[in-house]
Design a protein around this ligand. Structure first.
Ligand code: F0G
Length: 482
């Protein structure tokens, strides 16, 4: 592990913090878990927290705050306009990213709404390393299309490539050539590329993309929601950056971009979001939408308490010892699963551990949502709530046909500083059991299917009685254990 070397053989991620507030958890018996997932329409988004033991749905808005963040929340300056809290946040962002203008928003997708409304029009094209669900939805809602240009290595599940989030420059040049630069609304790079397993891009790749953008007068937009993990990986995997501090790497990245937007539910361990902008003209074009959709310009839908926590959280993100916690726990879990031959995305990325459902349940066709089925099965097996990141998370084509996802993943997010190592070991154990009995897992089919972002609140049912068989097997193997 990064800083502390172990004398013995078992190196484990070492927490550089201590826990001072705890929350009691509930682990319902397996029979109740079957009932709960049935009530939730086999959609882990619809489970109630009271039925969940380990909530690995997301790292969004659920990271543990530091004592300094909580303390800052107590001195928030509550006012509609001109609050000192806002000024502190704005100054911190200017200090870190070096961009003169900032627009606050209530979360990441609100930033995407503003960016898409201002920059995207019918016929626009937005090249990006990879899409995120809400990003794509906002771009298509405004009449644009996306082009996913992640290098081919990014879609290889098992790999040693340290930067699977890199964009393929040749693909970028081809897309610009094919559509013409005037059709390109902006080029988007997503740090810690979410949907391909939290995979980072390199600073070199961003610099190369900047050059291509400069050649065609294109805007370069960074989605910095998962920046913390990406920074950690650049520092630890990119030879030319080893001697740089996290703060220096951040500034070098920011200097290459025209706009940086983020979900503060991830970046800065608070809740909110915002857009940092280099050009005054662009700032003026976007500004009018903030009071319309978010709130006045000095809060943008965020509570002052969250803004204070965010200001401190952003500062703490510049500390390698703080941001290494997520990647190190994830790295540990990925290594342990690999030792047990359980298919996971490698190398370990940020955000969480990504189980490869395409292989884990290779007997389930994509039309029966293998990742959704595996997520439901893992909840039954251990009260562990993961998130489907596969075909269910796609949108159907306008003619109603399914878009089969490139990858079928179950994402087990690792909220920062939330779980202990024994809880992570429990999750590994339940996955090991499930893998041993993977042939018992069957597919799912929709009962209620919303048209947009169906994975959030769609309801499904198992295609057979496989979930009952799984519970029976659990009882056989574990006796009266929870
Ligand atoms: N961009 C990325 C890369 C994200 O991961 C997210 C959110 C957003 C934008 C939207 O931000 O939620 O604040 O509106 N990801 C969450 C997740 C939902 O669970 O991965 P938001």
């Amino acid at each position: 592990m990064a800083k502390v070397k172990f004398y013995g053989n078992e190196a484990v991620p070492l927490e550089m913090h201590k826990v001072r507030i705890v929350q009691k958890l509930n682990l319902p018996p397996v029979e109740r878990r079957l009932e709960a997932i049935t009530e939730a329409g086999n959609n882990t988004f619809l489970l109630r927290n009271a039925d969940v033991f380990m909530d690995m749905l997301t790292d969004s808005g659920v990271n543990a705050m530091s004592d300094r963040q909580q303390a800052a929340m107590l001195v928030a300056d509550d006012s509609y306009a001109g609050s000192a809290t806002y000024t502190r946040l704005e100054s911190k962002l200017q200090e870190i990213f070096g961009m003169p203008f900032f627009l606050p928003a209530h979360q990441g997708r609100a930033c995407e709404n503003i960016l898409a409304q201002v920059l995207v029009s019918p016929g626009s094209v937005v090249p990006m390393n990879y899409h995120f669900t809400t990003t794509k939805a906002h771009i298509t809602l405004n009449g644009g299309v996306i082009e996913e240009l992640v290098a081919d290595a990014g879609l290889e599940v098992v790999s040693v490539n340290p930067f699977k989030g890199n964009m393929d420059l040749a693909k970028l040049r081809d897309v610009i050539g094919a559509h013409g630069a005037d059709k390109i609304a902006f080029v988007r790079m997503e740090a810690g590329t979410n949907l391909i397993g939290g995979q980072p891009f390199s600073l070199q790749n961003l610099a190369d993309i900047r050059k291509v953008c400069d050649g065609h007068g294109l805007l370069l937009v960074l989605d910095a929601s998962l920046l913390a993990d990406n920074l950690y990986f650049i520092k630890n995997r990119e030879e030319s950056c080893k001697a740089l501090s996290i703060r220096e790497i951040t500034r070098r990245m920011a200097d290459l971009c025209d706009i940086i937007y983020f979900s503060a539910r991830k970046l800065g361990c608070a809740r909110g979001g915002g857009i940092c902008i280099r050009s005054q003209a662009l700032y003026h074009r976007m500004r009018g939408l903030v009071p319309l959709y978010e709130g006045f310009l000095t809060y943008g839908g965020m509570s002052v308490r969250e803004m204070e926590a965010l200001t401190v959280g952003l500062d703490e993100t510049m500390d390698e010892e703080v941001i290494n916690q997520g990647p190190q726990f994830i790295g540990y879990m990925v290594d342990e699963l690999q030792k047990r031959s359980i298919p996971v995305i490698t190398p370990a990325g940020g955000l969480g551990c990504h189980v490869n459902a395409m292989e884990f349940v290779d007997h389930i066709p994509q039309s029966e949502y293998p990742s959704g089925a595996l997520a439901a099965a893992l909840y039954i097996a251990g009260g562990i709530r993961g998130m489907e990141r596969g075909t269910l998370s796609e949108q159907r084509e306008p003619d109603g046909s399914e878009v089969f996802a490139n990858m079928e993943l179950v994402r087990l997010a690792m909220p920062r500083r939330v779980f202990t190592l024994s809880q992570v070991k429990y999750a590994i154990d339940r996955l090991e059991w499930l893998y041993a009995h993977r042939r018992l897992i069957g597919g799912l089919t929709f009962v209620e299917e919303p048209e947009i972002l169906r994975f959030f609140y769609g309801r499904l049912k198992p295609v057979s009685a496989w979930q009952h068989d799984l519970v029976e097997r659990f009882r056989k193997d574990f006796g009266d254990s929870l």
